[in-house]
Write a protein that binds this ligand. Structure first.
Ligand SMILES: Cc1cc2nc3c(=O)[nH]c(=O)nc-3n(C[C@H](O)[C@H](O)[C@H](O)COP(=O)(O)O)c2cc1C
Length: 361
């Protein structure tokens, strides 16, 4: 499996959905970063299930324990290990999925790849619960980025086809975590929530937009370690992601060069850009403009409606109606995961570029 992400800052993710625990080891964290369990808990709480009718009713306290890498409130430079124990585990439904794989989920393909030895309970390593390790890494990355005054803000841009409009980044920053759908303003929250309500037993997808502010120019190492490439890889490691775009993204394909090019200008004697269709990245390197990345999530695979599948024991076509506790839309819980993954890649590249040193004072 590929459970390691990053180069100078490395995340090793471990654990399964219905196993004992989920955890992360972070290697390469500079010494001297003030860090408490509350710093990590604050981020994990934004991802936690069971907090509204729009997410799975699995009830987990998701209390983090730091088990290595901290001494007297500061990181030591040694591997930082963080764990969360699984509490509310109901594995009975997954026996059926083993026999009748859920369409759209990894039940069948994982069985094929690992010869049936994989822990399939709760989706095992293919569960959304694995994103706990991403949030653990993200919470530390965000603290590292604070030393450079870099800020990462994500929110639900679209849910069930309802796209947010007429909001400012300031509005999104203060409103997103005060509503269960992580919408950037109240008007879009109301439209998005009725899109989920209308789905009735079905699921919906959506788009998370993330903006990173005050990113230093020069992050990214062409040609194979571009910042876009590394951010995309991190985003595609989040389960249910189907697309990633930067700046104008796929819209660029329908624009003229004269429209798309961002003119270089002088602002208070400094080189700047008139607009930001390039999404903060040119040539695979950050330009100093905000990094703008949008991540598309598919509708949740596990739905209560009947769907065609195959009974693998009888080798007969059959139907499945998925029981159990599932997110009707993944987007709201994924917002902080996207924020975490973007922060992690920026922190890794900032360390590589020598902007964050190995001892913080
Ligand atoms: C935060 C989060 C929660 C998720 N919750 C569910 C869920 O409740 N039910 C489900 O079928 N898939 C859920 N998923 C998505 C599956 O894990 C994912 O679709 C599956 O592993 C197959 O991988 P793929 O969609 O990336 O191809 C969730 C994903 C995330 C990021």
């Amino acid at each position: 499996m590929g459970d390691i992400l990053g180069r100078s800052l490395r995340l090793i993710s471990f654990g399964e959905s219905h196993g004992k625990l989920i955890g992360a080891v972070l290697e390469g964290v500079p010494a001297g970063l003030p860090l408490a369990e509350e710093d990590i808990q604050r981020i994990l709480d934004l991802r936690r299930p069971g907090q509204s009718k729009y997410v799975t009713q699995r009830h987990e306290s998701d209390r983090v324990e730091i088990v290595s890498g901290i001494f007297r409130g500061y990181t030591t430079g040694a591997p930082l290990t963080m764990i969360v124990r699984n509490e509310d585990v109901v594995s009975s439904y997954y026996e059926e999925f083993r026999r009748k794989p859920r369409p759209g989920h990894a039940d069948y393909i994982a069985r094929l790849k690992y010869g049936g030895f994989n822990d399939y309970r709760g989706g095992g390593r293919f569960s959304g619960r694995i994103t706990i390790s991403m949030c653990m890494a993200g919470s530390v990355a965000m603290k590292l980025l604070e030393t450079l005054k870099v800020e990462v803000i994500a929110y639900s841009l679209e849910i069930g086809g309802e796209r947010a409009k007429e909001f400012t980044l300031e509005e999104a920053k203060s409103y997103r975590y005060s509503n269960p759908l992580r919408a950037p303003n109240k008007e879009s929250y109301l439209r998005m929530s009725s899109a989920i309500d209308r789905a009735e037993g079905d699921s919906v997808g959506g788009i998370v937009e993330a903006v990173a502010l005050k990113v230093p120019p020069g992050l990214g190492d062409p040609i194979f370690d571009t910042i876009e490439g590394d951010i995309s890889k991190a985003m595609f490691s989040i389960p249910a992601v189907k697309g990633v775009e930067f700046g104008s993204g796929f819209r660029a394909a329908r624009m003229k060069g004269s429209e798309h090019n961002d003119p270089l200008i002088l602002k208070n004697g400094k080189i700047s850009y008139l607009k930001n269709d390039h999404g903060g990245v040119i040539g695979g390197i950050t330009t100093g403009e905000p990094v703008v990345v949008r991540t598309a999530f598919k509708p949740t695979a596990s739905i209560a409606k009947p769907q065609r599948t195959v009974d693998l024991e009888e080798m007969k076509e059959t139907e499945i109606k998925v029981k159990g506790r599932h997110d009707p839309c993944i987007v709201p819980r994924a917002v902080v995961v996207v924020e975490s993954m973007l922060a992690f890649i920026l922190a890794d590249h900032a360390i590589r570029a020598g902007l964050i040193s190995s001892i913080l004072r």
